[in-house]
Design a protein around this ligand. Structure first.
Ligand SMILES: CC(C)(COP(=O)(O)OP(=O)(O)OC[C@H]1O[C@@H](n2cnc3c(N)ncnc32)[C@H](O)[C@@H]1OP(=O)(O)O)[C@@H](O)C(=O)NCCC(=O)NCCS
Length: 410
């Protein structure tokens, strides 16, 4: 193994032609056991954001995500995630908008694929369709591996995929119902345009703003399974669309994809506030979980839930009133039946209510979440692409003792 003293002696014998610098000693790879599911294991550093479960706080690049959702528009926060800074003035905001708006348009070559993809992925919905179409969109655009792309090219690819995804999701939804896709409108912001592409109507400003606040609040949320998946793929140098497709695969799992529609189904099943207490008690005593409550990280109220409760109340209506009353009943009953478990309302509960109030169909709840999360994945992918180390953990082999003789064919 080379050492620094070797290098000194070699330089001393031939001063005219300095010897190449010795390779640093490669660190011995030792294995360490970590908790199952990597729970609590710090695998890298990030400048993108963090979740503080005990405090009920999370942030994007140092700014409270909730404050961003209350004070800024989606594109501002998108720029923050991508470029590291909020637009400082109207000119910077307009410049970012001018970059993203043309990227929303559906490429003509993708149009004939919408119907077959929507049909064949009907059981799983538009996010599965998006997963099928992204590699095609990437090929049409000429997206190349992160490994072969400079930072400006990677940023352009991230903008493209993030801008096109809502168009594809909305088009897949509509085509799957025998409707024509609705082209994006350049004069509408991200959220209003999304609702327009979904419903074919220009949304009421209060609905566009409510969905915008929800979308901002879901852009990023720590090293969850899909974000980590995106980063693992990025660490191989694969192309950005492949990283996003992989993250979509992780998000499709029921343990991660969230359940805003299931939380709303719960409200439907309860129906009236008086029925809430016995309904919940019966299920919790049967060992079932109440959708929209509990969280793997938060040990206090989920800050997204608090904000979205406010949005739901602002929009008003019977569903919001019922949700607020049922929430109180669920929390009281869970505190009684599951004491000390620190169970609170999570993001899914009011997300479903708000999306319903704004006319987003239930089938589109998780895809709507996914569209916003792509912005966060892209920020993570770009950050990971700046690190040359491949993510490659180890597993402890637990099968029969090797090597066994390979048996001859009987
Ligand atoms: C999100 C979730 C998976 C987090 O789970 P977790 O932090 O790992 O919590 P645990 O599975 O360790 O549960 C701790 C205790 O609380 C109970 N609990 C957790 N969430 C509950 C819920 N929603 N309803 C009833 N009981 C619940 C568990 O049964 C367990 O009870 P026990 O100690 O008697 O076994 C879980 O709260 C859940 O299934 N929630 C419902 C689904 C949901 O809303 N998902 C969206 C999440 S954003």
């Amino acid at each position: 193994m080379s050492t620094s003293s070797d290098a000194t002696s070699s330089a001393a014998t031939s001063p005219a032609t300095p010897a190449p610098a010795p390779a640093p000693a490669r660190r011995e790879i030792t294995t360490v056991d970590v908790p199952r599911g990597l729970s609590g294991v710090v695998v890298t550093e990030t400048r993108i954001g963090d979740v503080r479960g005990r405090e009920g706080f999370y942030h994007y690049r140092q700014y409270s995500a909730i404050e961003l959702a209350e004070r800024r528009g989606f594109e501002d926060v998108w720029r923050l995630m991508l470029d590291g800074a909020l637009p400082a003035d109207a000119a910077e905001r307009a410049a970012f908008g001018a970059e993203t708006v043309p990227l929303r348009r559906l490429p003509d070559a993708l149009r004939p694929l919408l119907a077959p993809v929507a049909r064949d992925t009907a059981a799983d919905g538009p996010l599965a369709g998006l997963r099928a179409l992204l590699p095609v969109a990437a090929a049409l655009r000429g997206i190349r591996p992160l490994y072969d792309t400079d930072p400006a090219g990677r940023r352009a690819d991230a903008l493209y995929v993030s801008a096109l995804a809502p168009t594809l999701i909305a088009a897949l939804y509509r085509v799957g119902r025998g409707l024509d896709p609705v082209d994006p409108r350049d004069d509408l912001g991200y959220a209003a345009n999304y609702l327009h592409m979904l419903t074919g109507r220009e949304p009421a400003p209060e609905h566009a703003r409510a969905i915008e606040q929800y979308l901002i609040s879901t852009i990023d949320h720590g090293f969850n399974a899909s974000t980590f998946t995106a980063r693992v793929i990025a660490s191989t140098g694969a192309d950005l669309a492949a990283c996003v497709s992989g993250a979509l695969g992780a998000l499709s799992g029921p343990l991660h994809g969230g359940a805003p529609s299931r939380a709303l189904d719960t409200l439907d099943a309860i129906g009236t506030p008086e029925r809430a207490e016995p309904w919940i008690r019966e299920r919790v005593l049967r060992g079932e979980r109440i959708m929209g409550f509990g969280h793997p990280v938060y040990r206090t109220e989920d800050p997204r839930s608090r904000m979205l409760r406010g949005v739901a109340e602002r929009l008003g209506g019977g569903c919001a009133d019922l949700a607020v009353q049922v929430e109180r009943q669920v929390l009281d009953t869970l505190a009684e039946l599951k004491p000390g478990r620190e169970l609170f309302t999570n993001v899914e509960y009011y997300a479903g209510v708000v999306m319903d109030q704004c006319g987003v169909p239930r089938k589109m709840f998780t895809p709507t979440f996914g569209a916003a999360r792509i912005v966060g994945w892209c920020a993570n992918i770009l950050e990971q692409a700046g690190d040359s180390k491949i993510i490659r953990p180890a597993a402890r082999y637990a099968g029969p003792t090797p090597p066994q003789a390979v048996p001859a064919l009987g």
